[in-house]
Design a protein around this ligand. Sequence first.
Ligand SMILES: [Zn+2]
Length: 397
Amino acid sequence: MNIIDRFKKYVSIESTAGEEKADTCSDNKMLVLADLLLEELQALKPDEISINQFGVVDAKFLGDSTKPMIALLAHMDTSPSASDKDVKTRIVDYKGGDIKLNDTLSLKVSEFPSLKHSVSHQLMVTDGTTLLGGDDKAGIAIIMDSLIAILDGKKKHRSLEIIFTTDEEIGADAEHVSMDLVKAKYGYTVDGGDSKYLSIESFTAYSMKVLVQGKSIHPGSAKNKLVNASNVLIHFQNALPEFLRPEDTEAKEPFFHLCNINGNEDKAVGDFIIRSFDDDQIQQMIELAKLTARRINDSLGNEALTLEIKPSYRNMKLVLDKHPEITNEIEGIYKSLNMAYEYEAVRGGTTGSQLSFMGLPCPNLGTGDYNCHGRMEYVDLDEMKQMAEVVKKLMEA
Ligand SMILES: [Zn+2]
C-alpha cells in the first residue's frame, strides 16, 4: 500500500476528541483506529507491543545498538473544532490559483499564501464539509510507511519505539503515555505543519482562573454598596497590559489571553492563559497579575478577586538545549536529503513540551499538513512523501 492510500485509510476512520476522561480516552471512536494500528504493527512482528487503557499504542522494534533507541510519535485523535465523519478526499494536481472545494467554499491563495509553496505538487483536500485529519493522520501515515519500508526492505535499523497517542487535541496525550514502558532515549513527534520546520521551542504555559465575589444589592438602592463582580473582572482584564494580547503579539512575544468569561453581579469567573518563551518573563507576568489583583482588592477594601494560577507545560528548549546531539542528527538528515530546514519556535505547546520534561526529549517534525482543525485543511502530498524519507533516514542504523 502506498503512503497516500495508507493516509486515506486512516482518514476514513472517525476519531474526534471529546471531553477528557480519567480512565480511558475521551471518545471510544478513536479506539477503532488504535486497534487497526495495533494490528498493523503486530503484523510487523515487534519485540514488544502494548495498548493501554487510554488507547495509546507502543511498539518496539529492536535493532542495531550503535545509535540510541528513538521514539516516533503521532496522535490518532482529530480536533473537535470540525467534524471528521465521512471525510471525502480529493487529490488535486496543483498548478496554482484558488481551489474550489464546493459551490460555496474555496481555498484562496489570498487567504492562504502557503499554497504558493505547493505549486506543481499534489495536494489532498476535502469537499469542504469536514476537516481532513492530516493533523495528525499524516504523521501516522509517514511513520507507518517508513517503518514498513525499512522492515520489509530488511534494512539495518536502530532500535525503534513507535508510539501512537490519543487526546492530543485536548492536551491530554502526554499524560496518557505509559512512561514506565518507554525505553527510547529521545523521540520526535511528527505532527503538523510545513515540512521544513524543525520545532525545538514552544511556549511555557500557565492557566489563570480569576474568581470574583461581588456584593449584590438591588440596583435601586445600590449607591456606595453594590460591588458588581462582572465589573471587577472587566476592570482586572483592562488593567493588564493592553498590548500583551494574542491579537497584538507575534514571534517570541508573550501574552495574557482571556479565553472565557462568565458572570453576574454576585459572581464572575474569567479563564485566562499566560504564555511566554521565557521562564523568568512568565514569572514576572504572574507577579504582575497578582499585583493587579491586590491593587483592585485594596481599592475595594475586601478580597473580591482571587487568582488560581497553574502551570500547564514548559518550553521544551530548556531540555533540548542539553541534548545538541538530537538537533545535530536531524539537521544532518535534512542536509543529506538536500532539504531546506528552519528552526521554529511554536506559539503553542506540543506533546514534546510535556514529554521532554517527563524524560523523553522530543522536538517536532512537520508533515505537510496545512490549515489544520478546519474545513480548509489540506495536505501537500509531496511534502508528506519527503517527510517519510526523513523518517526513514532517522530509522536507519
Ligand atoms: Zn496535531
